[in-house]
Design a protein around this ligand. Sequence first.
Ligand SMILES: *[C@@H]1O[C@H](CO)[C@@H](O)[C@H](O)[C@H]1NC(C)=O
Ligand SMILES: *[C@@H]1O[C@H](CO)[C@@H](O)[C@H](O)[C@H]1NC(C)=O
Ligand SMILES: CC(=O)N[C@H]1CO[C@H](CO)[C@@H](O)[C@@H]1O
Length: 247
Amino acid sequence: TNFNCFLNFNYSGASSRNLKKFIESLSRNKMLDYPAIVIYAMIGNDVCSGKSDPVPAMTTPEKLYSNVMQTLKHLNSHLPNGSHVILYGLPDGTFLWDNLHNRYHPLGQLNKDVTYAQLYSFLNCLQVSPCHGWMSSNKTLRTLTSERAEQLSNTLKKIAASEKFTNFNLFYMDFAFHEIIQEWQKRGGQPWQLIEPVDGFHPNEVALLLLADHFWKKVQLQWPQILGKENPFNPQIKQVFGDQGGH
Ligand SMILES: *[C@@H]1O[C@H](CO)[C@@H](O)[C@H](O)[C@H]1NC(C)=O
Ligand SMILES: *[C@@H]1O[C@H](CO)[C@@H](O)[C@H](O)[C@H]1NC(C)=O
Ligand SMILES: CC(=O)N[C@H]1CO[C@H](CO)[C@@H](O)[C@@H]1O
């Protein structure tokens, strides 16, 4: 059974390049397990690095294609037949600079002296930024980073549209952060409130909650076959285990 079976192969800094190494830890029994739902979401690290010139370090569309195909072939040989794999696109990280650069970082709130623009420049100087390409005052560089991210998303989209695997169906979904921002603004929120204040980069808990909600709603709407039929034993499960808050 897949009940409460949730495997997370993520770590901060994961990308299409190093996923190949740790995907080997996937533990599934092809014959006994129910079909799996796999979400391939490497998000930013194929375009993000702290290098002083981050452009040459970005994954190229050709390289991404070959990395992802290698991962998918591995999944195809390990997943039960009838599984589903969803490739998740890359975000357009320009919202980071646009929404944060002239705001104060927590370190500078007391004396109003450290903005995110200054924090970003400090991190770049030390070459320790999680994403020099987007966390930079250089507009040309931010645009280049977004262009590459879009090319990589298009590569994922192309793979989903053209490649076939015997043991799973393949789908592609955009990382539509602008939709999350809109949703948040409708509730009266400000875009900067969705970003982790300390690093000025990662989506915070609120954003992750909205992203997950958005993701599953889209799946339910566009590809209900991924979720399949409702478990007829749900009432009995509830009786035995009580309300587990959606788990
Ligand atoms: C996998 O399942 C599909 C139907 O979902 C079936 O058509 C196909 O023959 C199966 N493949 C294998 C290798 O069992
Ligand atoms: C801005 O970034 C571009 C692309 O990496 C680079 O060619 C250019 O030299 C940078 N400009 C400045 C002022 O650093
Ligand atoms: C289980 C696991 O490795 N979780 C990590 C996923 O990535 C975030 C940040 O990108 C980490 O904070 C988690 O520890």
